[in-house]
Design a protein around this ligand. Structure first.
Ligand SMILES: Nc1nc2c(c(=O)[nH]1)N[C@@H](CN(C=O)c1ccc(C(=O)N[C@@H](CCC(=O)O)C(=O)O)cc1)CN2
Length: 295
C-alpha cells in the first residue's frame, strides 16, 4: 500500500488523526433525548435486568440506569442472583413483557453459564427489545430496514461516523469481528449507508493487508491493541469498539492508539469513544420503542 491518503479521508492539517470525542457526542445525544422526553405526556419505562455480580456488568448497568433517570425515563434495575435458573429469568422477562408501563427491556450480557442467552433474547417482546438483539429485529436489519430497533453499539458507531463527517457512500469499510452484538449488525448498517463492506475475523487470512485496504475500519476483535499503526491506511477512519483491562489496570481498546492516530484520518479513543454512545443509543432506542408503543 502506498503512503497516499485514501480518497475522502485526508489527515487533519498538521498531521495526525482527528479525535472523535464519543463522550461529547453522547452527552449531546442524551441532552436531546432528555428534551424530547420532557415534552411527552408520559415517562418512557426502561427495565434493565442483571443476573449475578460480574464487575463490568455492575458498572455498565449502573451507568445505564443513571443515564436513563437523568434523561427523565422511568428506569429501574432488577438484580437477580447468579444462581438464577433460565426458567426464573424467563418468568421475569414474561412479567416485564406484560407490564404496560415498560417500554424497553434489556438483559445485560454475559449471562451465567446455566442460562442460554439466545433463549432469553428470543423471549423478549420484539417491540420492547431495546438491545435490538431479538431475531425479528436482527432479521429486519439484515433485510435492509434501518427503521427498527438497532443494536446500541453499532448504532452509536454510525452516529460517530456521521458526526465526524466521514464519507460513507462508496467507501471501503472493514468490520473486524463477527459477533451478533456488534460485528454483524455493524456490517449491515454500513451496507445500508452504501459502503462496500468486508467482515474479517480470527480466521481471515492476512488480516493486516485486509485492514490496510479499508477507508473505514471498525474494530471489535476483543484483543487489546491488536490493530497496529502499520495495519491502517493513511487517512482512514478508525473506530475502536474494544475495551480491555491491561495487567497494570489501565483500560485500552483493540487498536494501538498512539501508533494509529499518527496514520489515521479520524480515530475514536477507548475509553471515551464508542462506549458512551452505547448508553446514549440505549436511551434513543427506549424513546423510539415508547413512541412506537404509545404513539
Ligand atoms: N445487553 C447488553 N449487554 C452488553 C452490551 C449491550 O449492548 N447490551 N454491551 C457490552 C457492554 N456495554 C453495555 O452494556 C458497555 C460497554 C462500555 C461502556 C462504556 O461507556 N465504556 C466506557 C468505559 C467504562 C469503564 O470505565 O469501564 C468508555 O468506553 O468510555 C458502556 C456500555 C456488553 N454487554
Amino acid at each position: 500500500m502506498s503512503g497516499a491518503p485514501l480518497p475522502g479521508a485526508a489527515p487533519a492539517a498538521g498531521g495526525g488523526a482527528r479525535i472523535i470525542d464519543g463522550k461529547a457526542v453522547a452527552a449531546a445525544l442524551r441532552a436531546e433525548i432528555a428534551r424530547r422526553v420532557a415534552a411527552l405526556p408520559f415517562r418512557p419505562g426502561l427495565r434493565v435486568v442483571r443476573v449475578g455480580e460480574d464487575p463490568a456488568s455492575v458498572v455498565y448497568v449502573r451507568t445505564k440506569d443513571r443515564a436513563a433517570l437523568a434523561a427523565g425515563f422511568d428506569s429501574a434495575t432488577l438484580v437477580l442472583p447468579a444462581e438464577t435458573s433460565e426458567a426464573e429469568l424467563l418468568a421475569t422477562v414474561a412479567r416485564l413483557n406484560a407490564d404496560p408501563a415498560v417500554d424497553g427491556i434489556l438483559v445485560q450480557l454475559p449471562l451465567p453459564p446455566q442460562i442460554r442467552s439466545a433463549a432469553v433474547i428470543e423471549a423478549i417482546d420484539p417491540a420492547k427489545d431495546v438491545d435490538g438483539f431479538h431475531p425479528l429485529n436482527a432479521g429486519r436489519l439484515a433485510s435492509g430496514r434501518t427503521d427498527g430497533l438497532i443494536p446500541c453499539t453499532p448504532k452509536g458507531v454510525m452516529h460517530l461516523l456521521r458526526h465526524a463527517g466521514v464519507p460513507l457512500a462508496g467507501a471501503r469499510a472493514l468490520v473486524l469481528g463477527r459477533s451478533q452484538i456488534v460485528g454483524r449488525p455493524m456490517a449491515q448498517l454500513l451496507l445500508a449507508a452504501d459502503c462496500t463492506v468486508t467482515i474479517a475475523h480470527s480466521r481471515t487470512r492476512d488480516l493486516p493487508a485486509e485492514c490496510r485496504r479499508a477507508e473505514i475500519l471498525v474494530v471489535a476483535a476483543g484483543r487489546a491493541e491488536m490493530v497496529r499503526g502499520d495495519w491502517i491506511a493513511p487517512g482512514a477512519a478508525v473506530i475502536d469498539v474494544g475495551m480491555n483491562r491491561l495487567p497494570d489496570g489501565r483500560l485500552t481498546g483493540d487498536v494501538a492508539f498512539a501508533e494509529a492516530r499518527a496514520v489515521a484520518g479520524w480515530i475514536t479513543p477507548a475509553p471515551g469513544g464508542v462506549g458512551p454512545m452505547t448508553v446514549a443509543c440505549l436511551l434513543e432506542n427506549t424513546l423510539e420503542a415508547a413512541l412506537a408503543r404509545r404513539g
